[in-house]
Design a protein around this ligand. Structure first.
Ligand code: OXD
Ligand code: MN
Length: 593
């Protein structure tokens, strides 16, 4: 008798008609073979999937050029297929599950003809973690097979673990013909199923990541009483060697990965990396929050990454371990066969191919690397990886941070008065858009808790779930807001960011453990730091700039709340009343100020 897993694979193969079914075992030898297939056999528009880079300076690294129409997440083609539209909410595209499956079956019929279907068994989370989930993804491209081995705990043990159980997360993926008109990323939360066709882009195709670990997992979290969040997890070690753990949500392509492995500008402080994108968070028996990173690799944005901005990532990218590192849509330096992107150290090389493989000159109108070019790299390459990364229960979280990307309005750092107010402020968080998703860059959109593209159900229910989680904890973490992106009148950033961000983190951990209100100024929206409470040793900042960074401008905030009110109103009567109560309290406080 075939197992439910074998049966499912067989059914998918009958539909998609591949030439071959290949069950991956996760071994090193297999990883090399898959990369080899991508260099020699599989092609996109006549071009090999992988190009081997300089093995001396970037050991085991390869460059992948995607289909030119397939370079970012496509939110307008991403659907949540729950039985009723209301449960999916206005924050998601919705399709009725049977209708969605009909459409997907039609698109998938014979879509793998002549190709190999790779069966990828993997775990999200350490297998002994109370939150761990066994998953299987099917794909028809070596790029995704190789990337999933970097991003997850992939191996044949997972097949043994699943055994005859029906209880595994199913991910079906095919690149189809890469045509955006036949591209869909569909989620079926009630069936633990993701079905993605027409795209090889990470966020659309590595189904353990955004699709399962955020969209489906957020739904599971709501049902089971935990949280799946778009958050990094770090430990901040202080001068006494004490480590305080923080989870921080930042919008896509806003320095999340840099923060996750920050090199401290303050001597004696150190950041320990646990995760750079996703946190699964549960309440422990002691009433505190515990977080794990369910992933096993980084899928980070290349442009802007350098020894100046993120030295630990540069070291990670050059580590010589047996997991391949994949660069996607970066430029190629023809002089030394190294990847290149805007913002990397050193001068612009004389001979470059752009991300599409065409010769590029500084006078060219487009950037050489795609603005959303990426690297995929194994987490164990990271020199700041915390020993707690492999700890199944996770780490206790003392502070939750919400970061936005705002040139005005949001101060550098702000501590919320309490959990419920923090949830409201997280719910109305606005941010200026980046290249991580298709669409216009730099326009303001509400991105609650940096989860707008990733919450797999109605966000009104999600806010309610956050409020309930707060009530269940005996020691809820403090909630903070950070904004590295505030500018002056001429559009210049007021805060240097990067390694200097430790100064803000230091303030935060001190506040998280504090017993007094000293060092903070109360404003209608929360507490902001007094200048002398931030450690500015070794850094100069003028009184005036510090004031601008921490200003809470009543007029700006009144306009902000008006815009936010319209956002909240689209959720209608589903919005928890507590959220409106908090909103009205905030509004009253601002009007009084
Ligand atoms: C990502 C994203 O790729 O948030 O992490 O878009
Ligand atoms: Mn992300």
């Amino acid at each position: 008798m075939p197992t439910p897993l074998e049966k499912w694979v067989e059914e998918q193969a009958q539909l998609t008609k591949p030439a071959e079914i290949y069950w991956c075992d996760g071994s090193e030898e297999e990883a090399r073979r898959i990369v080899e297939i991508g260099m020699k056999k599989e092609k996109i528009e006549g071009q090999p999937i992988f190009h081997q880079l300089n093995q001396k300076t970037y050991p085991n690294a390869y460059l992948h050029r995607s289909h030119p129409t397939d370079v970012a997440r496509t939110e307008h083609l991403t659907y949540i297929c729950l039985p009723d539209r209301e449960t999916a909410g206005p924050n998601n595209n919705w399709m009725e599950p049977d209708k969605a499956k009909g459409r997907l079956r039609q698109l998938s019929d014979g879509c793998m003809a002549g190709r190999t279907i790779y069966v990828l068994p993997y775990m999200m989370g350490h297998p002994d973690s109370p939150l761990a989930k066994a998953c299987v993804q099917l794909t028809d491209i070596s790029y995704v097979a190789a990337s999933m081995r970097i991003m997850t705990r992939l191996g044949k043990d997972v097949i043994r673990k699943i055994g005859r159980s029906e209880n595994f997360v199913r991910g079906f993926h095919s690149v189809g013909d890469f045509d955006p008109r036949r591209r869909f990323i569909m989620h079926f939360p009630e069936e633990n199923l993701v079905w993605s066709i027409g795209s090889g882009y990470g966020g659309n195709a590595l189904l353990g990541k955004k699709c399962f670990s955020l969209r489906i997992a957020s739904w599971l979290g709501k049902k089971e009483g935990w949280l799946a969040e778009h958050m990094i997890i770090i430990g901040v070690e202080d001068l006494q060697g004490k480590i305080t753990y923080i989870a921080a949500a930042l919008p896509s392509a806003s320095g999340k990965t840099n923060l996750a492995m920050l090199e401290s500008a303050l001597p004696g402080y150190k950041i320990w990396t646990i995760g750079d994108d996703i946190a699964w968070i549960r309440i422990g028996a002691n009433g505190r929050l515990y977080a794990i990173n369910p992933e096993f690799g980084f899928f980070g944005v290349a442009p802007g990454t350098s020894f100046q901005t993120n030295p630990n990532m540069m070291r990670t990218l050059r580590a010589n371990l047996f997991y391949p590192t994949i660069f996607t849509n970066t430029a190629l330096n023809l002089e030394n066969n190294e990847p290149w992107w805007e913002g990397i150290d050193g001068p612009v090389p004389a001979k470059l191919l752009d991300w599409r493989g065409n010769p590029w000159q500084p006078s060219s109108k487009t950037t050489a690397a795609h603005p959303n070019s990426r690297f995929t790299v194994w987490i164990k390459h990271c020199p700041t990886l915390s020993p707690e990364f492999e700890n199944p229960p996770g780490v206790p979280i003392a502070a939750i941070l919400f970061g936005s990307r705002r040139s005005k309005v949001m101060p550098l750092v702000l501590e919320s008065f309490n959990w419920a107010r923090g949830v409201l402020m997280g719910a109305i968080m606005g941010t200026e858009t980046t290249a991580a998703a298709t669409g216009k860059v730099g326009v303001l959109r509400r991105d609650p808790m940096a989860m707008l593209p990733f919450c797999g159900y109605n966000m009104a229910d999600y806010f309610g779930h956050w409020l309930r989680m707060g009530e269940k904890m005996t020691q809820p973490p403090k909630i903070f807001f950070i904004n590295w992106f505030r500018t002056d009148e001429s559009g210049k950033f007021l805060w240097p960011g990067f390694g200097e961000n430790i100064r803000v983190l230091k303030w935060i951990i001190e506040r998280a453990h504090r017993s007094t209100q000293d060092g903070a100024k109360e404003t209608p929206i929360g507490w902001v730091p007094e200048k002398n409470s931030l450690d500015f040793s070794g850094m100069k900042i003028s009184e005036e700039n510090f004031k601008k960074l921490c200003t809470v401008d009543g007029e700006e905030w009144k306009a902000e709340l008006e815009n936010a009110q319209a956002f909240l109103a689209q959720f209608g009567s589903r919005m928890p009343l507590e959220i409106w109560d908090e909103f009205n309290n905030l509004k009253t406080a601002l009007l009084k100020s």
